[in-house]
Design a protein around this ligand. Structure first.
Ligand code: FES
Length: 128
C-alpha cells in the first residue's frame, strides 16, 4: 500500500483507463505521461491516477486535471510533452480541452458534443 505526501502536488491527473479509452491507447498514454513526469523529476508536482470510465467515451482518451477542473479529450502519447509543459505554466492545453470548470459548472468547448443527459439515459435503461 502506498501513501504519497501530496503537500507539493499542484496537479492531480485522472487518466481514464476505462474500456473505450483503453481500446484507443490509454495504456500507452498513461505510460508516456508518467515517463514524462518522472524524466522531469515532477513526481511531487504532478500526481497521476488511473480511473475507470469517466462517462465521456466519445472523447477518448480522456484526462482530467484537478483541482483546476479541466477535462481533456483525444489525448495521445505524442501530446505528452506539450501537455506537461502546459501544466507547468498553468495554462490549458487548449487544442485538447473539452470542458473547463467555471466556478459553478463545467463549460463545454464549442464544437464538443453535449453527450447524453443523465435523465434521458436513466429513462432509456428503465424502458429496456
Ligand atoms: S472509457 Fe474513458 S471516458 Fe469512458
Amino acid at each position: 500500500m502506498t501513501t504519497w505526501d501530496l503537500r507539493n502536488t499542484k496537479h492531480h491527473l485522472f487518466i481514464c483507463n476505462g474500456s473505450t479509452c483503453n481500446q484507443n491507447g490509454a495504456e500507452e498514454l498513461t505510460q508516456t505521461l508518467r515517463k514524462e513526469i518522472a524524466d522531469r523529476d515532477l513526481d511531487d508536482t504532478i500526481h497521476t491516477t488511473r480511473t475507470r470510465c469517466n462517462g465521456r467515451c466519445q472523447d477518448k482518451c480522456v484526462v482530467i486535471d484537478y483541482p483546476k477542473g479541466t477535462w481533456y479529450k483525444d489525448l495521445q502519447p505524442k501530446d505528452s510533452p506539450h501537455f506537461i509543459n502546459s501544466l507547468l505554466v498553468d495554462e490549458n492545453y487548449t487544442e485538447k480541452v473539452s470542458h473547463i470548470f467555471r466556478g459553478q459548472c463545467f463549460e463545454r468547448t464549442p464544437g464538443i458534443s453535449t453527450g447524453v443527459s443523465k435523465d434521458k439515459e436513466r429513462v432509456l435503461r428503465v424502458s429496456k
